[in-house]
Design a protein around this ligand. Sequence first.
Ligand code: ADP
Ligand code: GN1
Ligand code: MG
Length: 369
Amino acid sequence: MTQFSPDAFNEVLAAFDWGEGTLTTNAYGEGHINNTNLVTVSSESETKHFILQRINTDIFTNPKALMENICNVTSYLKNVIEKCGGDTERETMTVVYTKNGLPYYTDSEQGVWRVYTFVEHTICLQQCRDANDFYTSAKAFGQFQKNLSDYDASTLHETIPNFHNTPDRFRKFKEALAADVMHRAAEVAEEIAFIEAHEADCSHMTDLLAAGKIPLRVTHNDTKLNNILLDDKTGKALCIIDLDTVMPGLAANDFGDSIRFGANHNAEDEPDLSKVNFSLELFEAYTKGFLEIAGDALTPLEVETLPWGAKLMTLECGIRFLTDYLEGDHYFAVHRPGQNLDRARTQFKLVRDMEACWDEMNAIVSKYR
Ligand code: ADP
Ligand code: GN1
Ligand code: MG
């Protein structure tokens, strides 16, 4: 994403009504896609926070449609949460409109910005502290999917076409490999061989979908642990965030993307692969929570294919990281050289681990079905 000037940033700050007080801003969070800032508004009587994000319009090329999805989905969720007696301000996101009444602001450099209220007294984890963190986040993602089960999917814009189309991700990887613009292919022969050996796996879920054997649902599509806020006092998963990719998708993919990121005790970009291990204990905690809440709403085949969701979301993400590495790191934000390669390698290690305990994974799913 291109940089923005201080003038553009000030123009954006002037476009929103922050209330009384002194404004300070800081870069915030560990997302790979948008530019996220914490805005603090301090007055004598209180301190308030907001999240100000510059939407990555290289990736989300239609921000108007994107924000329409988010406004509609959050309003819908607020209704559901209210009916259940929940807290509509804390259990889903709240979009703050510009002074001109719009859900986003376009600055004079064509940057597109949005503001959310900051959900106070929450924590956002990069790794589970224990199995209970993962169990509670599974219940929250299960509930999210359930809350949107009657949402009219035809009204949602597809913000990134073919987002979890794994065969298409494989095809794009092959294109990047053929072009090899950064001359990096030679150093990653092992990773390339790993992906190529898994070509046939890529279409497992898309074939089931095409054959009408599993349904499309309204899904989140980016269910990693740092896209959920936990109540800092109770530790309970409270609010699902990062709604940019809420679109029609597969239940097993939402399940699987959580497993990919959360079911190991180290970071997604850990360079020392000996520390990266798929945790069956965490897999079980997530499976239990997800099926407790969403299990009744899923078909038997959807439940049966949850391990496939885990394996393919991990493989697909590894393919995407390696593709970006080959193309010069322009999709996922990187903070050091080789970071996307490290990310790809952790994903392939996790896929190998999952393959080694495939029977156990299936047995765990059967236990909680
Ligand atoms: P990205 O698409 O780049 O991942 P996110 O929307 O996930 O961006 O935001 C990045 C980080 O900002 C999150 O992981 C979380 O820590 C924090 N965050 C985002 N929205 C809120 C919010 N409404 N309240 C509190 N923290 C938030
Ligand atoms: C991105 O936006 P963020 O950081 O929550 C990506 C996901 C990947 C993830 C890998 C829109 O998620 O698909 O799984 O990085 N989001 C988009 O960490 O591409
Ligand atoms: Mg995020």
